[in-house]
Design a protein around this ligand. Structure first.
Ligand code: KG4
Ligand code: ZN
Length: 336
């Protein structure tokens, strides 16, 4: 079965064709990062306009590169939530028109379910149930993957998402948007023990995250250094910050896996590209006898192959959208 996936929830216009949920035939991503970088973050209206300009060409290229024609496609899967509303509306409207014109079923896909599904594209043996740490620009979750289309969120962030924290801290210490990759690179030249940074205590669910205290601590250190005419060592701060985030994410995930009894753990979302997070989580999973699955770097960030993959499983589960499909800016994984 061939699924055409379409993704436009943030600043990447993407389309892909995936066979039987596991094999990528094409994967096209048009990124807008360079333009948003000028403003230090994503400008929603610019994002919508660029999606609108690019989506036809991106989808056309994905179909051509797959070696198929539109006639061979079995269903169109599209990200309808969560994300920037204007950006999502471009993808959903385009997908609706295409599905209607080509007489194909339309499958609505949740963006975070897509990030999780990126793991199926590179790990043939991965099957639910398992536990997944999702860390992206907008979300930080610990999720029980009960089945391909059934999720239970047992940990969530109380404030900033992990990727958002990378981006905000990065801006203060002088990196361009999005700062995650720059911090990752700089941390390789820095001392991770140079700065002592706080790990938040979160009341309530032991699996919940909080990153705003860590962010504020880095900002205060940078401002204090400035006031006394000094500057922080950027590489050392990057390394210290990355180590702290990796520890927070890993400790909670390992605790959740131990408590729930899952022996299989996966990582997903843009921050899953982070070398510090990947290394520490791998080390701790090995120590505890858990098998860890991580997406390859090219599938960590936003792409449509992951949407086509999740769309395949949603299709098999009978999920369909009609011409009234709307985009939703905020939607829990548990309500899809
Ligand atoms: O999943 P994603 O592409 O978009 C959302 O759905 O939010 O995640 C983007 C986030 C950004 O905050 C970016 O800084 C972060 O992922 N990111 C990284 C790395 N690469 C991307 N964070 C840390 N280390 C990286 N290597
Ligand atoms: Zn994403």
């Amino acid at each position: 079965m061939y699924i055409l996936g379409i993704e436009s929830s943030c600043d990447e216009t993407a389309a892909a064709v995936v066979e039987d949920g596991r094999k990528i035939l094409s994967n096209v991503v048009a990124t807008q990062i360079a333009e948003h970088r000028l403003y230090g973050g994503v400008v929603p209206e610019i994002a919508s306009r660029r999606h609108s300009e690019n989506i036809y060409a991106v989808v056309d290229e994905a179909v051509k590169k797959s070696g198929l024609t539109l006639k061979d496609i079995d269903a169109v899967a599209v990200t309808y939530a969560p994300g920037l509303i204007g950006a999502l509306l471009v993808g959903t409207s385009f997908a609706k028109g295409l599905a209607l014109a080509a007489k194909k079923p339309l499958v609505p896909v949740h963006h975070i379910a897509g990030h999780i599904a990126a793991n199926y594209l590179s790990h043939e043996d991965l099957k639910p149930p398992y536990l997944c740490l999702v860390a992206s620009g907008g979300h930080s979750h610990i999720v029980e993957i009960l089945d391909y289309t059934k999720f239970k969120v047992i940990g969530r962030t109380r404030d900033d998402a992990a990727g958002e924290c990378f981006d905000k801290v990065g801006r203060v210490i002088g990196f361009q948007y999005p700062a995650g990759k720059f911090i990752d690179d700089a941390s390789k030249n820095g001392n991770p023990n140079a700065y002592k940074l706080p790990k938040p205590v979160v009341n309530g669910s032991v699996y919940d995250f909080s990153f705003s205290g860590l962010k504020t601590a880095v900002i205060n250190m940078a401002h204090h250094a400035e006031q006394v005419g000094e500057s922080i060592n950027r590489d050392d701060m990057a390394a210290s910050f990355q180590k702290t985030v990796a520890e927070i994410l890993t400790e909670k995930t390992i605790l959740a896996a131990k408590d729930t009894g899952y022996k299989t753990v996966a990582l997903a979302g843009g921050v899953s590209a982070n070398s510090g997070v990947r290394e520490l989580l791998q080390k701790e999973c090995d120590k505890n006898g858990f098998k860890l699955y991580m997406p390859p770097l090219f599938l960590c960030g936003d792409n449509a192959a992951m949407i086509a993959c999740q769309g395949y499983y949603d299709f098999l589960a009978g999920k369909r959208a009609d011409a009234s499909l709307n985009a939703i800016a905020t939607l829990s994984l548990e309500n899809i």
